[in-house]
Structure formats: C-alpha cells, structure tokens
Ligand binder design. Structure first.
Ligand SMILES: [Zn+2]
Length: 305
C-alpha cells in the first residue's frame, strides 16, 4: 500500500481501497479500514511513520473491503469507531452482508469469503449523517446513499472522501454492473455530489485514482450516472414487448446488454441486487408492476399488457 500526502493534514493510503488519514490538533481520524487485519497492520505502520496516534475510525459503509480491518485497528489502538445506524448493524453482525445478498437465507460458503464477510466490529458512536464535528475535528459528514443504504462521505478542508458513491471509469468498465442497493437514491446522490465537487481540490473515491480537478471527478460521476441510467433502460427494454418476465430473465438480459459474463455465485448475487433495485425504482415510478404467473414473480411494463 502506498501513502500519498494530500496536504499538511491529510493523506490517503492507497491499496485495494483508499484509506483516508486526517490529522487535526492532536487527533487523528482514519477513514475506512480496508479488507482485513493485514490492511489494518499496514495502515498502522503508515500512520505511525507520520508520528500520529489514531483516535477515531469512520467507516463510510459496511462492505467487507471497507471495514474488515476495523477489528484489528480497535484492538491495537483502542480508537473509537463511527458509522451510521444500518452500516453499524452490518459491522456488528457481518453475516448480514452475505445473508442479505442471498435473500436472507443461510448463504452458501461461496458467499462467505473475506470479500463479503468481514470480522465483526462494534461501533461506538452512531452517526446521523450530517455531523459537522467528529472526534473534535471540524469536518462535514455527507449522506451518500445508493451504493449502500446509509453510506456517508467526509469533507475536510479542501478534500472530499466520497466512499463508493461513484466509481472510476476503469473500475466501472471492469465490473460492468456496479453494486447499488438503491439505484434511485444513488442517482440523486451522484447528481448532488456533482454540484459539490467544485468546492474541493482533492476528491477521493473509495477505490482507484485520486482526482485533483473538479472536471476529472465529474467525468467519473457522469460515467457512473450513465451506467446506472443504461441499466434502468436495459430493464425497460427487456420488458418492452409487454411480456411479463422474471427477475432472473431481466437480470440475464441486462447482464448481456452490459457486456457481463456471469460465472460465479458472488457475481450473480451482486448483479442481482443492482437489477432488483432497478426493478424497485421502476416500480416506484409507476413504469413496472409485479404480477404472478405460474407461481413466478414476473415484471410487466405498465400500459403494455
Ligand atoms: Zn462498497
């Protein structure tokens, strides 16, 4: 992992995920903790080299690759952990992540690897998502729902840590269908974020390159918006002839259209979540309706029956 200095008070430790480090009047806030103990150890090594003692850890959202190292950091330093309510629930009961991905049923072992199932970590302080101070550090917590239901970001001075609110084009091209538990909330978050990037000199996404210009960040945000909108369009196209289709059929059509090839259970359930949230979004906006045929749940375009 590589330590990148942003300014006199801010660093990013770049690895599988981007870890933020903020130092302010003797306090030191870490943003996200990477996937596991090994990442936690590397974070501590870097922070110690800077002569800092971590006092707080903020988890942007409870995906294993963002909070898996939290337990190690707490044990080693006793730092205080902050997260929003739903994310905190998953952190203290991490089986919830593979469990919700498998519709609440006992998840098969393929869904219980460290990318989806992290070590538990309890949260000391539940965030509302609009705090202006955390661990005595003046900052702004931003509510960024969509990728995860109660995801937050952090604005500190000229730097914005955006969690996984948007993904870089390289990552989007690799994953084809980005993970969103709420496509509609995600689009609202992205459009709001786009109007805020001009206030920052550094924009740090949860993974990938750090943006130092509003235009670069907005290009990535626009690309994420485009991908989500194209998924919504693919769902409508899959149902365009008026024939009611199952979620599985819609998922298959969307994946093909997005250029994805599904060959693993984890990939299937991650894509399925995004497609289900697209179905849910289009149902809420009155464009689709669920119907039941042959003991199957099928989706139908409204007005096309
Ligand atoms: Zn994530």
């Amino acid at each position: 992992m590589q330590l990148i200095q942003i300014n006199a008070h801010t660093w990013v430790i770049q690895g599988g995920a981007n870890i933020g480090v903020i130092s302010y009047e003797g306090r030191c806030l870490i943003i996200d903790s990477g996937m596991d103990k090994d990442v936690g150890r590397e974070i501590l090594q870097h922070v110690k080299k800077l002569g800092l003692t971590p006092s707080a850890l903020l988890i942007t959202h409870a995906h294993a690759d963002h909070f898996g190292g939290a337990d190690y950091l707490v044990r080693q330093t006793g730092l205080k952990v902050y997260a929003t309510r739903v994310e905190a629930a998953v952190m203290s009961g991490p089986i919830l992540e593979p469990l919700y991905l498998f519709s609440g049923a006992q998840p098969p072992r393929e869904l219980q690897h460290k990318f989806l199932l992290a070590k538990p970590c309890s949260v000391d302080t539940i965030l509302v998502g609009n705090e202006k101070i955390l661990d005595q550090i003046p900052l702004q917590i931003l509510s960024l729902p969509g990728h995860s239901s109660e995801q937050v970001g952090v604005a500190f001075a000229d730097t914005l840590f955006a969690g996984d609110a948007f993904l870089t084009p390289a990552i989007l091209d690799k994953h084809r269908i980005p993970f969103y538990s709420d496509v509609q909330a995600g689009l609202t978050t992205l459009n709001t974020l786009k109007r805020q990037t001009s206030s920052f000199k550094h924009i740090v996404a949860g993974h990938g390159e750090i943006y130092t210009a509003e235009q670069q960040a907005n290009r990535a945000i626009d690309y994420t918006i485009e991908r989500l909108e194209s998924i919504l369009k693919d769902v409508l196209n899959a149902l365009a002839d008026g024939t009611p289709r199952t979620t599985a059929d819609v998922l298959s059509a969307v994946a093909t259209s997005q250029g994805a090839t599904i060959n693993a259970l984890s990939q299937y359930v991650l894509y399925q979540t995004t497609v289900q949230s697209a179905l849910s979004t289009l149902y809420a906006s009155g464009e689709l309706q669920p119907i039941f045929q042959d003991n199957q749940l099928r989706w139908q375009r409204v007005g096309k029956a």
